[in-house]
Write a protein that binds this ligand. Structure first.
Ligand code: ZN
Length: 342
């Protein structure tokens, strides 16, 4: 048994991943993936019945892994808002809408008998980029099928104790009554407009408005019918320099840039790390467009060179939650002292 190993979990709507985090090296190994025993496996089952299924699955897998890993603590990155004391407030992708708040940290500590930390998955991901607690503040932004964000500053991720915050994806950036719909049911939210899904919808609207332009674009080759356009085809067209696709993307990115300038002007954060499948697939093309839109809007008090340095890409893999959960446990001194809930 070594004091420097933790068991880390990334619990998403479709997949539960569990692995061993080595505190000495910061590396995650022995990762196992299983389908999450939630809505994706049991469609139509109410949240109240899915919650115990997910908890049973997680605690059984964790008990086994803790033993195998010789772990001193368990860290869970969870796909939903979580309070500071580890209560899951909602998990639409895991057990659907509804369901009472679930004291997941307490349940797991009672069953496993070791310190447990449960945090939102993006909050966990933030910790991957914390090398020194006093480092420059930064904002982690994920752009995939939705958009999320979290701000790190001086040893903490800035959130309300009830889990509010980090939801730029549900910021209303287009107040028009017919603005695009968000997954949450709201209209004109950033996540409905600038996420991967939002950009595809924008491409289809652009194709309707300019069928000739679409037909001449690189998008029309893989998808002559815009309804069949998918994310890989869109990404490939932008990467190939296609003007039609790039213009669509720029329109969406402008809204994200507007959100970034609001974060910057309100709290002065000057470093933005991009993650999420859509942003990472577009890579430097995405960073460049966002930088150009930020320059166009301006960031009060910064010169253009400073603005261009604001946005960087995160690590090009899917291990953010696992590595981050391990780093968070290490930062809280898990295995050496009691794990703080703060
Ligand atoms: Zn929304």
């Amino acid at each position: 048994m070594t004091e420097s190993a933790f068991t880390v979990v990334d619990l998403g709507g479709t997949t539960l991943r569990i692995g061993r985090y080595d505190d000495a090296t910061g590396v995650v190994s022995a990762v196992r993936r299983v389908p999450t025993a939630g809505l994706a496996q049991h469609p139509g089952v109410p949240a109240a019945d899915l919650q115990p299924k997910v908890v049973d699955q997680l605690s059984a897998l964790a008990a086994d892994a803790v033993e195998r890993h010789g772990s001193a603590a368990l860290g869970v990155a969870f796909a939903g808002p979580v309070t500071a004391d580890g209560r899951v407030l909602a998990a639409p992708t895991v057990w659907g809408g509804g369901g009472a708040p679930l004291p997941l940290r307490q349940l797991l500590e009672d069953r496993l008998g070791l310190p447990v930390v449960v945090v939102n998955d993006l909050t966990a991901a933030v910790w991957r980029y914390v090398v020194d607690p006093d480092q420059q503040p930064f904002c982690l932004i994920t752009v995939s099928s939705g958009i999320g964000c979290k701000v790190y500053r001086r040893g903490e991720v800035l959130l309300d104790a009830e889990g509010h915050g980090g939801e730029l994806g549900h910021w209303t950036c287009d107040p028009a009554p017919d603005a695009p719909l968000c997954d949450c049911g709201g209209r004109g939210h950033l996540g409905g407009i600038a996420s991967g899904r939002g950009v595809l919808a924008a491409a289809r609207r652009a194709a309707q408005a300019d069928p000739g332009g679409y037909a001449r674009s690189a998008l029309a080759r893989p998808a002559p019918d815009p309804a069949r356009l998918d994310s890989p085809a869109f990404v490939a067209a932008v990467r190939a320099g296609d003007r039609f696709a790039t213009a669509v993307l720029r329109g969406a990115v402008a809204h994200l840039a507007s959100a970034v300038t609001a974060v910057f002007t309100s709290i002065g954060v000057r470093r933005y790390i991009l993650m999420g499948g859509f942003a990472l697939a577009l890579g430097q093309h995405y960073v460049r467009l966002l930088g150009e839109e930020l320059e166009r809007l301006g960031c009060f008090g910064l010169d253009p060179a400073e603005i261009r340095r604001m946005v960087v890409l995160g690590a090009p893999d899917d291990d953010h939650g696992l590595v981050g959960a391990g780093r968070l446990l290490a930062a809280r001194g898990a295995g050496r002292t009691a794990v703080s809930a703060a």
